[in-house]
Design a protein around this ligand. Structure first.
Ligand code: NAD
Length: 350
């Protein structure tokens, strides 16, 4: 990857690198856009195959955070961190503390929180070295597990899509196929089951599937999830899963999931559009977590405020869908246009 060319074309401000061989830490922080406020986004721990893949992932994720915070009406910019490691094997308190020193060295331009491979408890180690952390456990005055609010927001985003497609947002007896049954999916599933929806789940870890079976979900193999006949397909694992190979296999009316960067390329939104599938842009419907975190940054955390802001995802999703219909574009293009308008209005560049 030609890093400067890539950053310039995608509008990135900064990419920082940290190496601490004493604890086995290789980490990146990407700041995409800080117009609306300090760049905020989770730290992901993931064993990418190459350094290039890791850099590209953190850059793409940071850009999605810019759009996500803008669409959620938050005074936060877009940022993300990536620890290039396997969380199940390599995560240690000293590695997390070293990452905390990295974040601290950025002086508040980046505020870190939880993402894949991290827990609120892990953030406590990071917080021993820096104050630029959000999403700490409730017991220490933080906003707690971000996936709780992400789950609520995703559920409301699904209902908003249902309302646009079927004329009502009742999800009872709807079949929801979920890829990845981790924190976000589990929290979304609570609401879906309460409404009487039927779940089909795939995950790569057996311990996770035990939980899914216990709540009555039907289990399919990881690769089979794309072929499940369902009403809503919900990618809740990792990014890039919607691409030219997987999209033609889908048998659903709606795609709405919690994973970041579900589309391999923005163009893949057009393939979904052409198949008559309504795609809920990930950065619109999975904003509950960053909303929860924003309710802790520089202020005392208020859960009721976080719920109130997360509930707006229903209307924001509907606004995006209506805009895309009016403009004859994909929901992704419309959502990006709306987000960029919010940012340029704030910077005075309009
Ligand atoms: P998690 O690690 O708890 O869950 C992810 C699950 O996906 C795991 O159970 C994992 O085994 C499974 N998985 C991975 N690859 C898979 C595959 N190929 N097929 C099936 N299952 C697979 O993470 P999470 O916190 O639930 O986050 C899920 C996604 O949502 C991530 O993309 C994350 O960036 C995004 N997200 C999370 C939050 C949050 O608040 N946690 C907020 C916004 C977006």
């Amino acid at each position: 990857m030609e890093i400067f060319e890539y950053m310039e074309s995608e509008g990135h401000e900064q990419l920082l690198v940290w190496s601490d061989p004493t604890v086995g830490l290789k980490a990146f922080v990407a700041i995409h856009d800080s117009t609306l406020g300090p760049a905020c986004g989770g730290v992901r721990i993931w064993p990418h195959k190459s350094e290039n893949d890791a850099q590209l992932d953190v850059l793409r994720l940071s850009k999605a955070m810019t759009y996500k915070s803008a669409m959620a009406g938050l005074n936060l910019g877009g940022g993300k961190a990536l620890i290039w490691a396997d969380s199940r094997k390599d995560k240690t308190p000293s590695l997390l503390r070293s990452f905390g020193r990295f974040v601290d060295s950025i002086g508040g331009r980046y505020v870190t929180t939880e993402d894949v491979g991290m827990t609120p408890r892990d953030l406590e180690y990071v917080a021993e070295e820096t104050e630029h952390v959000a999403g700490l456990p409730l017991s220490v005055g933080g906003s707690g597990d971000t996936s709780v609010m992400t789950g609520l927001g995703l559920y409301l985003g699904m209902k908003s899509c249902a309302n646009e497609i079927w004329g009502n947002d009742d999800l009872s007896d709807r079949v929801i196929a979920i890829q990845g049954f981790g924190n976000v999916a589990t929290n979304t599933a609570k609401y879906l089951l309460r409404d009487g929806a039927r779940l089909v789940v795939a995950d790569i870890h057996d311990d996770v599937l035990v939980r899914a079976r216990e709540i009555g979900a039907k289990i399919v193999k990881p690769d089979e999830i794309f072929d499940v006949e369902c009403d809503i397909f919900s990618p809740c694992a990792l990014g890039g899963v919607l691409n030219s190979e997987t999209i033609p296999r889908l048998k659903c009316s709606i795609v709405a999931g919690g994973a970041n960067n579900q589309l391999l390329h923005t163009d893949n939104a057009m393939e979904l559009h052409d198949m008559g599938i309504l795609y809920a842009p990930d950065f619109v419907v999975n904003a509950g977590g960053i909303i929860n975190v924003a309710c802790e940054v520089g202020t005392e955390y208020s859960e009721s405020r976080a719920i109130e802001l997360t509930e707006r995802i229903y209307d924001t999703t509907s606004r995006v869908i209506k805009a895309s219909r009016q403009e004859g574009t994909t929901t992704v293009e419309s959502a990006i246009r709306l987000a960029e308008a919010i940012i340029s209005k704030s910077s005075g560049c309009h």
